[in-house]
Design a protein around this ligand. Structure first.
Ligand code: NAI
Ligand code: MG
Length: 333
């Protein structure tokens, strides 16, 4: 049995985690789940949103599936997600967004993968007030050649391995000439090693517009941390919403798989949560550990259920609950 650390998370986390565990069990995925706590629950019980024990379990077992974690806005503790990505050097955040059968969206032909640099840039919260009255604040965004190289190379390697045709590097090098300018410069250098793959670069604001107007022009996107955060939510919106997209956070030693979405406090505890995003994250995990057969079996069952409005959740225009959706996937395995 493959040991995998499991963090069920906050808000809708426990509901969608239960769903995914039931589906993987029914698919005979043969996983030994090792429960660990993090987020609000851990904070309330121990005063620490990221207990040492959780860190050492992930360190030991190398793989984790994680539900969404609430991060208080304004004051409160620092993001556990950011802390985990930094602690385990999970520099490569892969977020596929693909139009799926039977899911009503404005587009029929989206199939893009965002590669988001996951450890640097204007996302890591390196901030402070610069005056005593707290009326001026600054944030520090560091970009290094090394971190840029490894994420951009990961994007090209993925393109090569999966027969993808094009890598688009997204930046704001017209204004942020040093930080995202460096990212762009490194991208151009690395692109030369992959002559069979088309390479272009695009400024982030134009990219947001193009993704809405003509999402089919995108294949692989590679970008810095904050832009990747924003554009990957946009990409989710093209394929049916945040309930539809999973993700992998990969380092050289460790990997944590999680939905793109957050803890969705507005629908928590009501049986409304769509388990697909976390399920697709678990499927990415199965692919990662070379359990392609089980991954494919679950994917096929999901695709059979998605068009059935009696079963899918309200975010997909359906009448089902998380439990009904889950039961239907299990019946179709
Ligand atoms: P959110 O992603 O939790 O929710 C945004 C909207 O999408 C809400 O209307 C929600 O109901 C809907 N939604 C999200 N997931 C859904 C699902 N599976 N099924 C159906 N509808 C779904 O983003 P929000 O509200 O900005 O953040 C809530 C909390 O989550 C915050 O504390 C934030 O810091 C945290 N967060 C955590 C992430 C993580 O753990 N990786 C990622 C993003 C946010
Ligand atoms: Mg986000």
């Amino acid at each position: 049995m493959q040991p995998i650390v499991l963090i069920s998370g906050d808000g809708i986390g426990p509901e969608i985690t239960e769903s995914v565990l039931r589906i993987l069990e029914a698919a005979k995925a043969d996983i030994n789940w090792i429960s660990a706590s993090a987020g609000m629950l851990a904070f309330e019980s121990s005063g620490n949103p990221l207990p040492d024990e959780t860190i050492s379990l992930i360190d030991q077992y190398k793989l984790a599936l994680k539900g969404p974690l609430t991060t208080p806005v304004g004051s409160g503790f620092r993001s556990v997600n950011v802390a985990l990505r930094q602690r385990f050097n999970l520099y490569c955040n892969i977020r596929p967004a693909r139009t799926l059968p039977g899911v009503d969206t404005r587009y029929g032909n989206v199939d893009l993968v965002t590669f988001r640099e996951n450890t640097q840039g204007m996302y890591i919260g390196m901030e402070r007030y610069i005056d005593d009255d707290e009326n001026q604040a600054e944030t520090v965004a560091i970009i290094t050649r090394e971190a840029s190289e490894r994420i951009i190379r990961a994007a090209f390697e993925y393109a090569r391995k999966h027969g993808r045709k094009k890598v688009s590097l997204i930046h704001k090098a017209n204004i942020l000439k040093y930080t995202t300018g460096l990212f762009l410069k490194v991208g151009k250098e690395i692109a030369a090693d992959y002559p069979e793959i088309l390479f272009n670069d695009m400024i982030v604001d134009n990219t947001a517009m193009q993704m809405v107007m003509r999402p089919e022009i995108f294949d692989i996107l590679v970008t810095t941390n904050l832009f990747g955060d924003i554009l990957s939510d946009l990409a989710s919106g093209l394929v049916g919403g945040l309930g539809m997209t999973g993700s992998a956070n990969l380092g050289d030693q460790h990997a944590i798989f999680e939905a793109v979405h957050g803890s969705a406090p507005d629908i928590a505890g009501q049986g409304k949560a769509n388990p697909t995003a976390l399920l697709l994250s678990a499927v990415m995990l199965l692919d990662h550990i070379n359990r392609q057969d089980t991954a494919e079996k679950i994917r096929r069952a999901l695709y059979r259920v998605l068009p059935d409005k009696e079963c899918v959740t309200a975010d997909l225009g359906g009448k089902g609950t998380t439990g009904v959706f889950t039961d239907a996937i299990i019946r179709n395995l």
